[in-house]
Design a protein around this ligand. Structure first.
Ligand SMILES: [Zn+2]
Length: 87
């Protein structure tokens, strides 16, 4: 059995609702997949996402966070798929 170590990264991410910055501790597998992440600054929490550590302040409602997440996903989806479409 291989003993492969996960990579721990200290990152800074902005709240997806209001862009306030939080420190985030992320754990990646050796092949770069996001395994786990935790907000280390007070007042914020992780927004579950398969691909990226995303954070939101505790003060936002679930609905605010959800719609911001949706907006965020459509924005990044566009950046990856349809670079030619510039609005
Ligand atoms: Zn916020």
């Amino acid at each position: 059995m291989n003993t492969v170590e996960n990579k721990i990264a200290d990152e800074i991410h902005g709240c997806i609702v209001c862009a306030k910055l939080f420190n985030v501790l992320s754990v990646y597998t050796p092949d770069g997949k996001l395994l786990d992440c935790t907000v280390t600054s007070p007042g914020g929490h992780i927004v579950p996402d398969e691909h990226q550590p995303l954070v939101a302040c505790d003060i936002h409602t679930e609905e605010e966070v959800k719609s911001a997440h949706k907006r965020w996903l459509s924005k990044t989806g566009k950046a990856f798929d349809a670079e030619q479409e510039d609005e």
